[in-house]
Design a protein around this ligand. Structure first.
Ligand code: ADP
Length: 549
């Protein structure tokens, strides 16, 4: 029903939802809460939200000095540390757009995205100077480079014009008159890794960022409070470290930023123990590394209470190892760049306490339920909505306050966005009657055997539960009779000759017989994308001529 001009408007303040408000709030209520970083130039660095935000004021002055205008894209090629955090707030709150760049992208992709974004300034970790020196002459929009280090550590400079971050900041005023931004002002830009075609830019705004951070704090989402110590082992250069640089300040949680030590079990253990980390977030690969280190060294993670695992499917065997060996509870989560990224988090419903271990694991293996703010549905090839019964599977579509409604500088979004405001995630999923989402595959990775679909994710999760398997990937191989059949590609546990029959027998009774891989093949390494996911595309190319014999 449309009320037209008979609508009665409320008499409430229309204050804009901006990242500046997060900064103001946290600076007032949690200015002494710590922000700990591992830096590439100074080792461990101890700061506080108060100090970080003071320096964000200096960043804003420095940007003016460098000629940055509102709306200009200012890029970072940086690890998770306090300087990156200073830039997160300094750039976005001054009205410019923080473009976080993933240094793991191929050089030609880096050139593409920097030119596509027309970045004006690039703030970079000293580690990435050699890389940028090889690319600089292909980047006409970049007017200056700023190296994230202090004067005495400033490396030999070939890039021009180049500045030292600490020297640039040292002369700047500690207070800045922040503009009162409209809440739909663009705040940050992040490109998807572009496994097919060119990377696409997702342009977040202040409103979506604040709402996402608000939701992330909620008890059934990440459940953050000022009693927490949070370690995001997810990079600030990809989807804003899952929103933790915004959510932790709102919650007043202590933030521990691991710098370049993102997948090194020993360093992660030292950080967790040293800083009393309670909640850690990351992709499964990171936790494989930590768990392997804990096993090998016999060490414990005494303060760690919860891990939030997403980005790729989290195997149940990992959840069990965390819980049984280390009393750490794992929440499986799902999201994507276009969703800022939180799409779902797995928490058991109150009535589920009575489930037996295997029923419980079945629920926990799923990617969880959508938080308030995200709406989801599954559809068939003709866009008809499918039942949410845990059995029917189809293309997953989402909509909500922190879901992108298009891509930066791309006029036609009809491939991904329908006319009714839904975004096609490119994932295939089931949703059960309780709302738990279960991702079976990326649309482009599904294996179709004799007209039936086989979930590669389910098979991979089962395979890594075998002690001989360090990593597993399942791809479809062309088959004369069935169209495609699954091939299990594994990396064996170090020093082990894998027991292939034993591994295959693991699937018996857990999946239908026709889903069991036809064969196993061993490789030294499984290829990964720039965001740490298994690159099925590369694997399929590698095994293009494979036949089951
Ligand atoms: P990229 O730039 O590599 O696409 P994203 O972070 O946007 O990076 O990737 C999002 C995709 O990652 C999702 O669409 C989904 O396929 C996959 N993904 C994320 N979390 C999970 C999960 N818990 N289980 C399975 N797949 C996941």
């Amino acid at each position: 029903m449309v009320f037209g001009d008979r609508t009665m408007h409320g008499k409430m303040m229309g204050t804009s939802l901006t990242i500046t408000e997060i900064m103001r709030f946290t600076d007032r209520f949690y200015q002494d809460t710590e922000v700990i970083s591992i830096t590439t130039d100074e080792g461990v660095h101890r700061s506080t939200y108060g100090k970080v935000f003071k320096r964000s004021n200096q960043v804003a002055h420095a940007l003016l000095h460098l000629g940055v205008q509102p709306g200009d894209r200012v890029a970072t090629l940086a690890w998770n540390d306090h300087r990156h955090m200073e830039l997160y707030y300094g750039i976005s709150c001054s009205g410019a757009v923080l473009h976080t760049i993933n240094p793991r992208l191929f050089p030609e992709q880096l050139v593409y995205i920097i030119n596509h974004a027309e970045d004006r300034i690039i703030f970079l970790d000293p580690m990435f100077l050699p890389l940028m020196e090889t690319l600089a002459d292909k980047l006409p929009s970049v007017k200056a480079y700023v190296v994230l280090t202090g004067g005495e550590k400033m490396p030999d400079r070939k890039l021009l014009p180049i500045h030292c971050y600490e020297s640039l900041l040292s002369d700047q005023d500690l207070t800045y008159e922040w503009p009162e931004l409209d809440e739909t002002t663009a705040s940050a830009l992040c490109y998807t890794s572009g496994t097919t075609g060119n990377p696409k830019g997702v342009l977040y705004d202040h409103r979506s960022t604040v709402l996402h951070a608000y939701a992330a704090c909620m008890p059934n989402v990440l459940g953050l409070s000022h009693d927490d110590v949070v370690l995001p082992v997810v990079p600030m250069f990809h989807v804003n470290a899952w929103g933790t640089p915004y959510a932790c300040p709102i919650a007043g949680a202590k933030l521990v930023l691991p710098g370049p030590k993102m997948a090194d079990g020993e360093s992660l253990h030292a950080l967790i123990e040293g800083e009393g980390v309670i909640i850690a977030l990351g992709v499964p690969t990171v936790w494989f590394a930590l768990l392997a280190y804990l096993k090998e060294s016999g060490k414990a993670v005494k303060t760690l209470n919860r891990t939030i695992v997403g980005g790729s499917a989290c195997p149940v065997s990992m959840m069990e190892e965390f819980e049984e060996q280390h009393s750490v509870y794992t929440h499986h989560a799902w999201g994507m760049t276009e969703m800022s990224p939180l799409g779902s988090v797995n928490r058991l419903l109150p009535g589920m306490g009575s489930l037996n271990a295997s029923e419980r694991n079945e629920v926990r293996a799923k990617q969880g339920r959508a938080p308030f703010g995200v709406d989801m549905k599954i559809v068939d090839d003709d866009s008809n909505e499918l039942p949410q019964d845990g059995v029917a599977f189809g293309d997953l579509k989402v909509r909500g306050w922190w879901v992108a409604d298009g891509y930066f500088r791309q006029d036609d979004n009809s491939d991904t966005h329908d006319g009714d405001g839904w975004f096609s995630t490119g994932d295939v999923a089931t949703i059960d009657q309780y709302g738990y989402l279960n991702i079976t595959d990326r649309t482009k990775d599904v294996i179709k055997s004799g007209g039936e679909w086989i979930s590669s994710i389910e098979l991979e999760n089962l395979a890594v539960a075998h002690p001989d398997v360090a990593e597993a990937a399942v791809i479809g191989i062309k088959h004369e009779k069935w169209g495609e059949r699954p091939l299990l590609v594994i990396v064996a546990t170090e020093g082990v000759v894998p027991d292939e029959t034993g591994i295959l027998s693991l699937f018996k009774g857990k999946v239908s017989d026709w889903c069991i891989p036809d064969s196993i093949t061993q490789v030294d390494e499984i290829p990964h994308t720039a965001t740490g996911k298994i690159s099925k595309k590369t694997l399929r190319e590698q095994f293009a001529n494979y036949s089951f014999g």
